[in-house]
Design a protein around this ligand. Structure first.
Ligand code: NAD
Length: 496
């Protein structure tokens, strides 16, 4: 099957000079071929978006909200189809894909409230008979560049708010699982979104670089790994664009001695191995505060033994394959490095039973204990089913470990001590914090974003900060002349 761009409301009719393979990770087979956009193809998409902008920004808030409501209904009605697409190309198990889609739906529902979100302020009589008010206006053409690990949710963190605010979009999804983006674009078209308001170009660095350089692209929302997020931020801002670039993560779960260890072990396994660890909010490090280490590791080990790993379409499977063979091999190399660096390999995922085709990109859940902060299993974002346990003597050292880490996406504390939890939420240098909640992804009416190397830029994704990112403010100072106007005055305007 061939997967190609959606430009100006049409399926692209050109011939791709470069293409990429899209795998079914559970079988290891090439399932489709995706066109990689050239610079000229991106230019075509930007031109379509620019051409649609004037009319779309003029559409009333009621009209824009009505498209969003129609999309919400279609999306909700067809979410099972989309989940199947996500599972087929990403590999995550079907219930997990359904969870991603549910969170995406919430982001769409937030954007349905656009009339309420772009209200400006109004000050009557700021000066005598002078009114001052602010209006929020769209930016123009915006680029959205998304990663492989949430092929439906991450595009929908941005696209609904961007278009509801009156912008037009060029979306460049991951080339590893491109079909979800096309499905979404087709549903938006069916919902009545005018041609050119949402365009999808597929591809790699060539397409990304063109989006970053194109003078008609006014802003870029990016999600991906930290080195690319930094590059996108630096290049996009150097080209005069507004950029929010969300990067990678190394999320710590701190377990205090008074925690419920069964709850903590359940959480560590769920958040460590859900989606095979390919989540930016996955827990990859458990920080066990003495003396809980031995008991906690034993409980995690027991739970891992029961995990059903296999083809995400098969009933009962809890964890699927890695996204590509190359990525699986890289994750396996970290398992080897962890052993070589002296961590204790408590569970070796390479031996886990697999309910799927031999050629799938498998690695079972892997657990390391006694990990040191200088080991590569700790320092690097592995993005696979490898969970490390670090042991520390007390709360202070636990916070120190988390704060010394260059990433600051998510973290969690497990405790029954409200005072300790409150101190943690205050002291920890991380953007999203869970208290007895291992994956604290904010609801759609807050905003999502990490600190430090997990986010470049000052706006978090979706929610109120998303609306802020996709609009610019204009302040109007207005006086309607009346007979009392004071004639010529060269002084700086004073409010009287
Ligand atoms: P990635 O950085 O490899 O790719 C992300 C996007 O950038 C893709 O669209 C890709 O085509 C493009 N890209 C890749 N290499 C590029 C290059 N050299 N120049 C320009 N563009 C390039 O990330 P990925 O592997 O698709 O996704 C996993 C990463 O995303 C992990 O690091 C994960 O933590 C991160 N992530 C972060 C968040 C968050 O909210 N902070 C959410 C999801 C994923």
């Amino acid at each position: 099957m061939r997967i190609t761009h959606r430009i100006g409301g049409k399926t692209w009719a050109g011939v791709g000079e470069r293409t990429g393979d899209v795998y079914d990770p559970a079988t290891g087979e090439v399932a489709s071929t995706v066109d990689f956009a050239s610079t000229a193809d991106v230019d075509e998409a930007v031109a379509a978006a620019k051409g649609a902008f004037a009319k779309w920004r003029g559409a009333s808030l009621a009209q824009r909200a009505s498209v969003m409501f129609a999309f919400r209904e279609l999306f909700n009605a067809r979410k099972d189809e989309l989940a199947a697409i996500v599972t087929a190309e990403h590999g995550k198990v079907l219930p997990d894909a359904a969870g991603e889609i549910q969170r995406a739906l919430e982001a769409v529902e937030f954007a349905c409230g656009i009339p309420n979100l772009v209200k400006g302020g109004f000050s009557e009589n700021a000066s005598t008979k002078v009114d001052v008010y602010s209006i929020l206006q769209p930016l123009g053409v915006v680029g959205v560049i998304s990663p492989f690990n949430f092929p439906a949710m991450v595009p929908l963190w941005f696209v609904p708010n961007a278009i509801a605010c009156g912008n037009t979009v060029v979306l460049k999804p991951s080339e590893k699982d491109p079909s979800a983006a096309n499905f979404i674009a087709d549903l938006f078209a069916e919902a009545g979104l005018p041609d050119g308001v949402l365009n999808v170009v597929h591809g790699d660095k060539v397409a990304v670089d063109r989006i970053l350089e194109h003078r008609d692209v006014k802003a870029v929302s990016f999600v991906g790994s930290t080195p690319i997020a930094r590059y996108v931020y630096e290049t996009g801002t150097a080209n005069g664009k507004r950029v929010q670039a969300l990067g990678g993560a190394k999320n710590h779960m701190v377990v205090l001695p008074d925690a419920d260890l069964d709850l903590a072990a359940d959480a560590a396994v769920s958040a460590g191995f859900g989606s095979a660890g390919e989540r930016c909010m996955a827990i990859s490090v458990v920080v066990a505060v003495d003396p809980v280490g031995d008991e906690l590791v034993a409980k995690i080990r027991e739970r891992i033994a029961d995990l059903h790993v296999g083809d995400g379409r098969r009933p009962g499977c809890e964890m699927g394959p890695l996204v590509t063979g190359a990525h699986r091999d890289k994750v396996v190399s970290y398992v080897e490095a962890g052993v070589a660096e002296g961590a204790s390999l408590v569970v070796d995922g390479r031996g886990h039973p697999i309910d799927g085709a031999d050629a799938g990109f498998w690695l079972g859940p892997t657990l390391f204990d006694h990990v040191g902060t200088d080991m590569s299993v700790y320092t690097d974002e592995i993005f696979g089913p490898v969970l490390s346990v670090l042991r520390v003597p007390a709360y202070d050292e636990a916070v120190e470990v988390v704060n010394d880490n260059p990433y600051g996406n998510g973290t969690a504390i497990f405790t029954n001590d409200g005072g300790a939890a409150r101190r943690f939420q205050n002291e920890v240098e991380v953007g999203m914090v869970g208290v007895n909640v291992p994956i604290p992804v904010p609801v759609a009416y807050y905003s999502f974003g990490g600190w430090k190397d997990s986010l470049f830029g000052d706006s978090h994704a979706y929610g109120p900060e998303g609306v802020h990112f996709f609009t610019r403010t204009k302040v109007v100072t207005s006086r309607w002349l009346d007979p009392s106007h004071g004639g010529v005055n060269l002084g700086f305007p004073r409010n009287t």
